[in-house]
Design a protein around this ligand. Structure first.
Ligand code: SF4
Length: 234
């Protein structure tokens, strides 16, 4: 279900002019989430898929690509058809995902329906469930998605939203060692660190972003485990 549309963005798809479509529903409850209206209560449908494709038709030649975001887009049962239609119309596709449905991610990539993936890496294994707002969770699906991206040839980025109350030097060290060891002989290519920004739609109050120096220290800790660590300004 389409719950939001940003008609043009220069930021969401690296190096491309794109629009971003937001699909409702999420299997996580990250306390720092900006998009809780996409999955809490009864999400509001913004438009039918056909209306979105009519919009895209009007943007041919103006936009390079489409970012499919959420919520968690891999929960959308018509996602393969949705992405296929976008590709048929001649646009590049980027998928934003939390990586918890690796079978959907793999099927889309294997069907050549995705050009770029941005996957969240929320925290160290020990802190993962807490960081995504669950009591417990199985990390195997996350690891499967990470291995698939790190070991494969698709263009992708990993990204971590930093929150003072959830991330520490210890958890970042553990996250780096975990990421760096998932595929023997191959490190993740790109990891972006982005600071939490408070908004009205954030699920929980009293969260804050780390100081700039702390974020820089986190980046240094991660450098041995990832080819390129970049601090992305909000
Ligand atoms: S931050 Fe992403 S994964 Fe977490 S609850 Fe929000 S939409 Fe879901």
């Amino acid at each position: 279900m389409i719950c939001g549309l940003q008609k043009m963005t220069l930021l969401d798809y690296p190096g491309k002019i794109a629009c971003t479509v937001f699909l409702g529903g999420c299997n996580f409850r990250c306390p720092f989430c900006h998009n809780s209206e996409l999955f809490m209560g009864k999400p509001r449908k913004l438009m039918e898929d056909e209306e979105f494709f009519a919009f895209l038709k009007s943007r041919k030649g103006l936009l390079d690509g489409v970012c499919v975001s959420g919520g968690e887009p891999t929960l959308y049962k018509n996602l393969p058809e949705f992405m296929a239609k976008i590709k048929e119309m001649g646009f590049l596709t980027k998928l934003d995902t939390n990586g918890y449905r690796p079978e959907v991610l793999k099927a889309l990539v294997e069907a050549n329906l995705i050009d770029y993936v941005a996957m969240d890496v929320k925290n160290s294994p020990a802190m993962y469930a807490r960081t995504v707002g669950l009591e417990t969770m199985d990390l195997a699906p996350i690891e499967e998605s990470l291995r698939f991206l790190i070991g494969g040839n698709l263009d992708y980025e990993l990204r971590t939203t930093l929150v003072s109350q959830l991330h520490s030097e210890g958890s970042i060290q553990d996250m780096g060692a975990w990421l760096g060891g998932l595929v023997p002989g191959k490190k993740p290519v790109k990891l972006f660190l982005q600071s939490f920004v408070d908004r009205d739609t954030v699920l929980f109050g009293n969260l804050s972003a780390p100081e700039t120096e702390t974020t820089q220290a986190f980046a240094k800790i991660l450098e041995p485990f990832v080819d390129t660590v970049t601090i992305r300004n909000p």
